[in-house]
Design a protein around this ligand. Structure first.
Ligand code: ZN
Length: 90
């Protein structure tokens, strides 16, 4: 991620209530790790179930988010650079 939304959001869980009880801590589980030249990048994802020809069971995979679901910023430097290239946006 090019932002701190995952950690900033996790910091907000303590003090919230869930089913009328106080939340002690929380962590966002839909995060994948991408290895880059500079280290490891954490990117949120959506879980996907696929029905695939030749497989009797549903196949599970993840769809990596190109943009942060919290603030809308690109999740990778590549997405950021590609979005800057677009000149046809209103
Ligand atoms: Zn964000």
């Amino acid at each position: 991620m090019t932002c701190n939304c995952i950690s900033e959001t996790e910091k907000k869980f303590p003090g919230m209530t869930f089913k009328k009880k106080n939340v002690i801590s929380g962590s966002i589980k839909s995060v994948s790790f991408q290895f880059t030249n500079g280290g490891i990048n954490c990117i949120t994802h959506s879980d996907v179930e696929l029905t695939v020809e030749g497989f009797s069971k549903l196949q599970h995979t993840v769809l990596m988010h190109a943009y942060c679901p919290f603030c809308g910023k690109p999740t990778t430097k590549e997405t950021e650079e590609n979005s800057n290239d677009k000149t046809d946006q209103p």
